[in-house]
Design a protein around this ligand. Structure first.
Ligand code: PRP
Length: 176
């Protein structure tokens, strides 16, 4: 079976360079603190692990699994919690780690959940942001790339569960 190789939007090398920049900024901002990475599954698992490896701080990681896209190309507008955070985030400095901020719904949902759980501080790191699609105001404290409104896959991002293993950000063309 031939492996689908989508058009490259952002190469692996570009991703690595930006992650190095973000990791430096995070390490500086959280100096002398213990940071909790909240990895938003499934899409953020590759970005989260690459970012963690480059941060020079003691970090711990928590996971939450959310979905709003189902198998389609558009957000349903409804967030489903497939797996909730298992650890204690009360009194902790939490960095939400996302693969993409699109409408902003997921980030807003997560911020209120973390506030309810008593997090000391909440910031956001995202690999991608589609400003053209944003409906809900949210700040992204550490952003790697702003992109146009194209359906992107690879580096953790999927279409109907596929293509997450592609090592760069590619564009899904209609008919694939
Ligand atoms: C994607 C992505 C974000 C969210 C962003 O998740 O990983 O969590 O959508 O969209 P929003 O800003 O409009 O809320 P998806 O539902 O595709 O699940 P997945 O990460 O498991 O692929």
């Amino acid at each position: 079976m031939n492996h689908y190789q989508p058009e490259v939007l952002i190469s692996s090398e570009e991703i690595e360079l930006r992650i190095t920049d973000l990791a430096k900024a995070i390490s500086k901002d959280y100096e002398d603190k213990e940071l909790v990475f909240l990895c938003v599954l499934k899409g953020a698992f590759i970005f989260c692990s690459d970012l963690m490896k480059k941060v020079s701080l003691p970090v711990s990681v928590e996971f939450i699994s959310l979905s709003s896209y189902g198998d389609g190309m558009k957000s349903s507008g409804q967030i489903t919690t497939d797996m909730d955070i298992t650890g204690n985030v009360a009194g902790k400095d939490v960095l939400i780690v996302e693969d993409i901020v699109d409408s902003g719904l997921t980030i807003n949902f997560l911020k209120s959940k973390l506030r309810e759980k008593g997090a000391e501080s909440i910031k956001v790191a995202s690999l991608l942001h589609k400003p053209g699609k944003q409906k809900f105001a949210t700040d992204i404290d550490y952003l790697a790339f702003e992109i146009e409104d194209k359906f992107v896959i690879g580096y953790g991002l999927d279409y109907a569960g596929r293509y997450r293993e592609i090592p760069y950000i590619g564009v899904l063309n209609a008919g694939q």
